[in-house]
Ligand binder design. Structure first.
Ligand code: LRH
Length: 493
């Protein structure tokens, strides 16, 4: 089968053509385009961070056209990051550019929502980690906005693009689960909670499972893509859901990190963990493909490094990532540590300055150069992965023998090696393209590709066809143990 995966990531969007089935799984990137948020003023001293959604739709169409020129497509599937949405009016027209979750309008709203609705109730129903980026928090922040008042429908970003391609409304369930508006046990909208949050429940469309066919290309999208009635399939439209489909695990005793801008660290379970201890540890239960639960925590991830790079570049400096990493490898170990999940790291901005501020506040040396800063970020991430994985295992009463790192971060040898050392178990790194592969596998199965069966079979196909690299724990393990204790003493007081 020949399928096109559209994957919209934190800095770029891509269209990837996949050949799937009969033991084959190959990918070719046919288009890559910017997906950068745009800051737009809304008055003298305020602004909003927006998606550039129409530009993106045009780029998606152009990419799909290129893919279809290489041969007929059997399917199209779209994934992107979680929580963000567009609002439509009664005529089905988009009401303004969607707002990016890193916009500051949700600052302080998380505590308000917890106080209004009760943290225990929200967690017992939705099972979702409390983060100010969640759709529930975004909607409460926008409760009095004119756009929400005139909205008749809310579509998460992949669902919005699929609507433009097919004319069909819906909410794919893996992404819907990240909104904190879904009853995770029942796999349906948490209507009472939504009402009590002051949100119009009629905004939320029918849920669909990954693997359902949404519709076929229609209207102007079909005209622009050669007139074919290509099926558009609901994949795990949450990028993390797609990535975890493509973890090349051979057994069940594995942990994973979907490692990119965010690091999603956790386990795959058959059912959610909604205990009080799980709420206190702020773990999330996102819904996965084929009825699975992704039990994990969001760790701030390579965003810290990406924003540091952006800051340096904005000052006219052009540090090479390879050089930064080799310099970090030579820098003194464990000189300063940060909590990657410090909320002040969420918004775009001067990350080196924010990290320096944290070091000063906690009585640690401020990184004196870029290498020390990169070392501080990567060691702090490896320690966060260790803590998160161990806590997930305790809370879910599970053990793991191997940690899979998939996504762009699996290319970062230093991070993978330090993660293996910090966690004390082997790390299997790769595939880099896990999200696109998971997207392709689910749609290929839906349109009848040969030999693409359940998750185990899909993962076996990934393991047989994609490059992975194994890192065994081998560094100074007692030093990692001591650093983990030091971290707890500083940040868990
Ligand atoms: C990763 C991701 C993650 C979400 C965040 C908003 O790209 O989808 O799973 O929590 O972005």
């Amino acid at each position: 089968m020949s399928c096109a995966a559209v994957d919209l990531g934190a800095s770029s969007g891509r269209v990837i053509l996949g050949r799937v089935g009969g033991g084959e799984l190959t990918t070719t990137e046919v288009a890559r385009f910017d997906n950068k948020p745009i800051r737009v003023p809304r008055g003298a001293d305020d602004d909003r961070l927006h998606w550039d959604i129409l530009r993106l739709y045009a780029d998606v169409l152009a990419g799909l056209r290129r893919a279809s020129e290489l041969g007929p497509l059997d399917g199209i599937g779209i994934d992107s990051w979680a929580v963000d949405y567009g609002l439509l009016d009664a005529g089905g027209e988009l009401l303004g550019n969607p707002i990016h979750y890193r916009d500051a309008r949700t600052d302080g709203v998380l505590d308000q929502v917890r106080a209004e609705l009760g943290a225990r109730r929200i967690y017992a129903t939705t099972g979702i980690q409390f983060m100010q980026i969640n759709t529930l928090i975004q909607l409460v922040a926008a409760r009095d906005s004119p756009a929400l008042a005139s909205a008749r429908r809310l579509l998460l970003i992949p669902d919005l693009l699929c609507y433009w391609l097919t004319g069909e409304f819906g909410a794919e369930v893996t992404n819907a689960s990240t909104t904190q508006l879904l009853d995770v046990g029942q796999r349906r909208w948490a209507r009472e909670l939504i009402r009590d949050a002051g949100i119009d429940e009629a905004l939320l469309p029918r849920l669909r499972e990954p693997g359902e066919t949404i519709g076929v290309l229609a209207g102007s999208a079909r005209d622009q893509l050669g007139g074919h009635a290509t099926p558009v399939v609901a994949v795990g439209s949450h990028d993390t859901a797609s990535a975890i489909v493509a973890v090349p695990a051979t057994g069940t005793r594995f942990g994973y990190i979907s490692c990119g801008t965010w690091s999603l660290v956790g386990l795959e379970l058959a059912a959610p963990v909604l205990s009080e201890a799980s709420r206190a540890a702020n773990f999330t239960n996102e819904l996965g493909v084929d009825g699975t639960t992704r039990y994990l925590r969001n760790v701030m991830g390579l965003w810290l490094l990406q924003e540091s790079l952006r800051t340096w570049q904005s000052r006219g400096q052009q540090p090479e990532v390879v050089e930064l990493l080799s310099g970090a490898a030579e820098a003194a170990p464990f000189r300063s540590l940060i909590d990657p999940d410090d909320p002040r790291f969420l918004a775009p901005g001067d990350m080196p300055a924010r990290i320096a501020e944290v070091c000063r506040e906690t009585g640690q040396p401020v990184p004196a150069d870029r290498y020390q800063l990169v070392r501080c970020i990567l060691e702090s991430l490896a320690l966060a992965y260790r803590r998160t994985l161990r806590t997930a295992c305790e809370l879910a009463d599970r053990e793991v023998d191997v940690l899979h790192i998939v996504g762009g971060g699996s290319r970062n040898e230093l991070l993978c090696r330090w993660t293996a050392d910090a966690c004390g178990i082997p790390v299997v790194a790769g595939p880099v393209e896990a999200t696109a592969l998971g997207n392709l596998l689910v749609q290929a199965r839906a349109v009848g590709a040969a030999g693409v069966g359940d998750l185990t079979a899909m993962r076996a196909l990934v393991a047989a066809t994609q490059d992975v690299h194994e890192y065994r724990p081998g560094g100074d393990i007692p030093a990692w143990d001591a650093a983990a204790r030091r971290w707890s003493a500083i940040f868990e007081r």
